[in-house]
Each structure stands twice: as C-alpha cells, then as structure tokens.
Design a protein around this ligand. Structure first.
Ligand SMILES: *Cc1c(COP(=O)(O)O)cnc(C)c1O
Length: 470
C-alpha cells in the first residue's frame, strides 16, 4: 500500500513516511493509492474475532513497512481492557431491536478519539525510536482531540506536545482533562480566540518549512492518516455485533465535525463492508449537511462558527472532506486541486451542476442537522425510554439517525463521548448529573497548568522554539 496526494504533487510514499504528517507537500491530503477490497470469505473470517485481532487484520492492509509481528504487538498493547475498560473495546448497547449504540468512548479521555489516538501514540514512539529522532507535536483542539492526543503521548520518549485550545470555549471537564496534566512533555497553549484561530495558527506554523524542519514539527490532528485507519476497525466491529451473516446491510449514524470519523465509515464501505447508509449528523454548524443536501460546499468564516452544546463539532470547514471529494471526482487530482483553489479564493464550490453530483448517490451518504433544542429533547427521550444517558454529540447523531431510519435495516449510532464530559447540558436536560466514571471524580478540582496567549502565530512559534525537544 502506497500513499499519494489528493492534489497529485507527491511521489508515492510508504505508511511510515506519511505517519508523522497528514498534509502532503502540495497542500493536499495523503490517501492510499487504492482501497483494499475484502472478499466475502475474508469478511466472513473476521466475524467473531477479538478486537485486537480484527484491528490487526484491517490495519495491516494499510501498512507496508512495519513487520507484521511488530505491528501486531503495537496493536495488542493498544487495545486492552486496562485502557478501554472492557475486552470488547467498543461494546454495542441495544436500545431496542434494530437500534444500537456503538460505545466508542471508554478510553482514558471518554471520547471516541482515544480509539485512534492511543494507537497513534504507540506508532509514533515506534517509528521515532527506529529513526533515533524526536518530534514536537503541534495541534489544535476544540476539546476532545487535544486531551486524546495528550493522554496518548504523555510520557512517550522523544515526543513533546504543544496543544492549542480556544480559551474558555471547552466544557469544564474537557478543560480539566487537558490542563490538569502534569507530564513535563505536555504544553497547553490557551489561545484567546475560537477553534479555527487555533487551527489557522497550526497551519501557519506548518507552512513555515524552515521552522517546521528545524523543530521537527509533527501533527496529530484529524487529517492524520493513521487515525482514520484506526477508526475503520470499529465499523467492522459494530457491523458484526448487530448482524448474523454478511448478506445483511447496516446503516451508521455519525456525529460529524471534521469528517474524520464518518470518512472511516466510507473506507469500510469501500473495503466491502455491507453498509447501506452513512448518516451524517451536524449540529448548528451545518457545513456538511448543507453539502449533502444541496451539493454546495461553503466554508464558514470563523466569526460564523456558533459555539454550541456539542462543541466538538463546532467547525467552519471539514478538514478530511477533501479525501472524500477526491473519490467523488473519480480520484482526479487536477479536479480536486481546482476545487480546493475555489475554496481558497471563493470560499467553496458547487457540485450540484456537475456530473459528479449524480455519482455521489452511490456512496450512501445522507445527512441532517440538530440544534440545542433537538439535542436536549433527544437526551430526555433516550433517558425516558431506555434509562440511558447519552452525551450531546451522540444525541445529535441519534436525532439525525432516527430521521433516516429505515425499517428492516439495523441502525448503529456512534457514541462519540460520554455524558460526564458535558455535565452542564445533561443537568439542563435531565435535572441531574451524569454518572462520573471511576477515577474521574476529582478531575475538575485538580490544579491546572496552561499558557494563556493571543491568537498570534509569532508568539506561538517563539514559545515552541523555547520549549521544543532538542
Ligand atoms: C471530534 C468529535 C466529533 C467529530 O468527529 P470528526 O471525526 O471530526 O467528524 C464528534 N463528537 C465528538 C465527541 C468528538 O470529540
């Protein structure tokens, strides 16, 4: 398996060569040359496998330059009961026949990003040790990525993490998760601005080639390819959990922001997993819902981004989306590059009037959006009908998922966080606090450590230069 750029300007590279980046040198995103396709027999052989074995069987098809035994070891060390609190790793809860929740939030930071990030931490450490080098990870987070990255990288040899977060825009639990970490290789930069300001700064840091090379800057944001691949696994896991044979179809509802999670579902489908629909749910920031309804992709200005009660989906543009559009336009890098030039110059593009729009049907996407009122209503309804408390993002997924539910087709809704992370909205909906998982009771009371900074690239660069690993 080799990797190329969605914009065509990168000679094919191996998995480990692209592992530390995500962005291709021409500004595109790295993608595999082809998607591995599983035969019916291969798919059948994956059913009933324990999670680490399933993960190895999927992930190895995307990795060409880590010896199988070592890759297997890394995966086995990642997906353990100690880290994910059950042998299932991503257990399925059945609400009623044909309606399920795929629990992705049992890792250390109680959100689905741990599933990919914990593997990434081990992959990074492995590759850096092999090359006898080190890395300064610079990232931006609206809440969940940052803590997942920090928990995956804390204490790892040869790695320092500089995480930019929008000051005062995360939930108290999310904030505490990051700012209470005391590991000397973790640096929290609280930026006066919104998430997109943080993301823009990270982009500009990466655009400075000399700085990037000098300080060995790496990324763990949602465009990291290894993260996407790690997420493909649980679509298989969820599919097998709710079907008896591989002739059945299943639909997945996915609360979406940067289009990473649902893009992994797209890959699973391209690999031959019988997924009927990929149901994309947004919150009030409905860039992606607008696209799938109208064919128009229109990125928002950072001032247009609404601060919502499902904050991890508060985005102005969807950073993985280019990978999907690359498939939609027949994997033509020239067309993809032209569309993203239009994003830069005109703020978006329109596919509805092109032949590609008719093609999009075959990828199985449908979409919808959810508001604060919908979210509250859904949290109440699921609690009333099933006695289960869901988080605000999962509520968005269920709201849109149920709108598109078809009789006869099992619906699996991806749970992307635990309610403990968003206690304030749970109190508003249910008049009670969510359950706090063991070990997290005093989290918000722990002392916090962070650096408050203006949304100023040069200041951030100076800070990194002063604290980077040598
Ligand atoms: C990151 C995140 C999302 C959005 O996932 P994408 O891969 O960016 O689409 C949804 N819910 C939660 C809780 C998240 O942390």
């Amino acid at each position: 398996m080799r990797y190329v750029s969605t914009r065509g300007g990168m000679a094919p590279q191996s998995f480990c060569q692209i592992l530390l980046g995500g962005l291709a040198p021409d500004g595109g995103l790295v993608v595999p040359e082809t998607y591995p396709r599983l035969t019916g027999a291969e798919l059948a052989a994956l059913r009933d496998r324990p999670y680490p074995e399933l993960a190895f069987e999927i992930i190895r098809r995307f990795v060409d330059d880590i010896p199988a035994a070592e890759l297997k070891g890394l995966i086995e060390r990642t997906y353990t009961k100690e880290i994910f609190r059950s042998d299932e790793i991503t257990p399925v809860k059945t609400l009623e026949p044909g309606l399920h929740i795929l629990g992705l939030s049992n890792g250390p930071t109680l959100a689905f990003k741990d599933v990919a990030m914990q593997l990434l931490g081990n992959l990074f450490e492995y590759v850096l040790a092999k090359r006898e080098t080190n890395l300064n990870i610079v990232g931006a987070t609206s809440g969940d990525t940052g803590s997942a990255a920090e928990y995956a990288m804390r204490g790892k040899r040869g790695i320092r993490v500089f995480m930019l977060s929008p000051h005062g825009k995360m939930s108290p639990f999310q904030t505490a998760q990051m700012y209470a970490l005391r590991d000397p290789n973790i640096f929290n930069l609280a930026i006066c601005g919104v998430f997109d300001d943080c993301q823009d700064i990270v982009k500009q840091v990466n655009a400075d080639a000399e700085f990037k090379a000098r300080y060995r800057i790496g990324a763990v944001n949602s465009i990291n390819w290894a993260r996407v691949v790690a997420q493909v696994v649980y679509y298989f896991k969820g599919y097998f959990a709710v079907t008896r044979g591989n002739d059945e179809q299943v639909s997945f509802a996915v609360p979406s922001g940067n289009f990473g999670n649902i893009f992994a579902g797209h890959i699973a489908r391209m690999m031959g997993l019988p997924i009927r629909r990929l149901i994309l749910a947004t919150n009030e920031n409905d860039v992606l819902d607008e696209f799938f309804r109208t064919g128009r992709y229109r990125v928002r200005k950072s001032t247009e981004v609404v601060h919502t009660s499902s904050p991890s989906m508060d985005i102005s543009k969807a950073s993985n989306f280019e990978r999907f559009i690359y498939d939609v336009v027949g994997r033509d890098p020239a067309v993809t590059a032209a569309l993203w030039r239009a994003v830069e110059t005109q703020g978006g593009f329109e596919l509805a009037s092109t032949p590609y729009w008719a093609e999009i049907e075959k990828y199985g996407f449908v979409s919808g959006s959810s508001t604060h009122v919908d979210r509250i209503a859904m949290i109440r309804r699921i609690y009333r009908d099933y006695g289960i408390i869901i988080d605000t993002h999962t509520a968005d997924g269920l709201k849109v998922g149920l709108e598109h539910r078809e009789p006869e087709v099992p619906l699996v809704c991806l749970e992307t966080a635990l309610p403990a992370k968003f206690a304030q909205t749970i109190r508003e909906a249910l008049g009670r606090d969510p359950e706090i998982p063991p070990g997290y009771e005093d989290l918000e009371k722990r002392p916090q450590r962070y650096e408050l900074m203006d949304a100023d690239v040069e200041a951030v660069k100076r800070y990194i230069a002063a604290h980077a690993t040598g």
